[in-house]
Design a protein around this ligand. Structure first.
Ligand code: NAD
Length: 277
């Protein structure tokens, strides 16, 4: 079966901090197999980072993709490079969502997948550094925005008699304790994934999430190239956005037809509550 085949692309980096430490990022790509033919996918915050990596993978798999975000120049550049469409969107502006879905529907001639990827982390150092402003910004973007975008999208699916699925980009922080809003938003998303999956199972609308470990992106400030050593991950390197895109492609595809309400944590068992390691 083609689906079982993969291509392994090894990149070797030499970590300069520890003498003779070599860090390898072997990324396993499923052989492109048109697993997403017929999928019409919106990705919020798709101009860069994990969103752009997902857009690229989804297009390779035969999907029609629309990326949405705030910065038109970034969106345009990414869309041109990948071969997808784009629309401007601020996920903290809930009043624009109905109009956005209408426009995206016209651009893609129908939509059947939503990826709630847009997110921010304000990295407050401690509990006491959280302010009403940092609290509201993270809740509004990561949780409130994703909630109402999903509500608008599922209303659209129901009105147009379509099946579809929603993928949230949660985080490993949603699985563990936290004392800052970023982690709360991801824990709330995990609850929402299960609640909505249960609510819409009979309508064949699937709801899932991936929960990435610490990955190279502008949000983390960790580079994709050069020194990728990171002692805080079990594999002693940061993850690559492409690794998250592979798992996402499977979850939004019909191959995952029987999967709903799941949060797939992508961190090599780091947050499993083990008795020993
Ligand atoms: P990133 O900063 O590169 O990308 C975030 C994207 O969201 C950007 O395109 C940004 O413009 C967009 N965005 C932010 N606020 C927005 C708004 N109000 N409206 C529209 N778009 C907005 O970071 P990333 O790491 O690629 O993050 C993508 C998602 O992955 C986020 O939800 C993040 O929480 C999640 N995540 C990232 C990591 C990691 O280590 N990088 C780990 C776990 C989860």
């Amino acid at each position: 079966m083609l689906l079982k085949q993969y291509i392994k692309r090894g990149i070797q980096y030499v970590f300069k901090g520890i003498p003779n430490k070599v860090v390898n990022a072997n990324i396993y790509y499923l052989q492109p197999n048109h697993t997403l033919l017929g999928k019409k996918i919106i990705i919020t915050g798709g101009g860069r980072g994990l969103g752009a990596a997902m857009a690229k993978k989804f297009v390779l798999e035969g999907a029609e993709v629309l990326i949405a975000g705030r910065n038109e120049n970034t969106l345009k550049e990414t869309a041109l490079a990948i071969g997808c469409k784009y629309l401007k969107l601020d996920v903290s502006d809930v009043s624009s969502f109905e109009d956005f879905i209408k426009k995206a529907d016209l651009e893609l001639d129908g939509i059947n997948v939503l990826v709630n990827n847009a997110g921010i982390s304000l990295h407050e150092e401690t509990f006491f550094d959280v302010t009403p402003d940092t609290f509201d910004k993270q809740i509004n973007t990561n949780f409130r925005g994703a909630f109402f975008m999903t509500q608008t999208f599922i209303s659209y699916l129901k009105k147009t008699n379509k099946n579809g699925n929603v993928l949230f980009i949660s985080s490993e922080t949603g699985e563990t304790m936290d004392c800052r809003p970023y982690g709360f938003t991801k824990a709330a998303i995990n609850s929402m994934v299960k609640g909505l999956a249960n609510l819409f199972a009979k309508d064949e609308i699937r709801i899932n999430a991936i929960a990435p470990g610490i990955t190279a992106s502008d949000m983390t400030g960790l580079p994709k190239e050069g020194n990728i050593y990171f002692g805080g991950n079990i594999i002693e390197r940061i993850y690559m956005p492409e690794e998250m895109a592979e798992i996402s492609a499977f979850l939004v595809s019909d191959a995952a037809y029987c999967i709903s309400g799941q949060i797939i944590t992508c961190n090599n068992a780091k947050t499993i509550n083990v008795r020993w390691r």
